[in-house]
Ligand binder design. Structure first.
Ligand SMILES: [Zn+2]
Length: 100
């Protein structure tokens, strides 16, 4: 069963909404992709990759009809596991540390 989950764009704080199955843990939402993660668009099978690439205001995911978004991409990354251990993202930039 899926249910809507909301995220904030890290660039402009617009709210996007995504239907999720609920068995994948979210790691972070960042303006840039994490190294080693694969992403799909919000209109694709969002459970089939390591995360979702949103395009703020361009891909139909904004929750509020009167929001317009910033038109820039941002990335929802799930927790990834290798050999039973959660994979840490290498900090490519300060933005990876958003959410602490
Ligand atoms: Zn935005």
């Amino acid at each position: 069963m899926s249910y809507p989950v909301t995220y904030y764009c890290p660039r402009c704080e617009a709210v996007v909404e995504l239907e999720r199955e609920g068995y994948l843990a979210d790691k972070s939402v960042t303006p840039y992709p994490l190294e080693g993660w694969t992403y799909v668009g919000a209109d694709e099978d969002v459970e089939a990759a390591d995360g979702v690439r949103f395009v703020c205001g361009e891909d139909g995911t904004l929750r509020d009809d009167d929001a317009s978004g910033c038109g820039e991409p941002f990335y929802l990354s799930y927790v990834r596991f290798e050999d039973g251990e959660a994979v840490e993202a290498r900090p490519e930039s300060e933005y990876v540390r958003l959410g602490r």
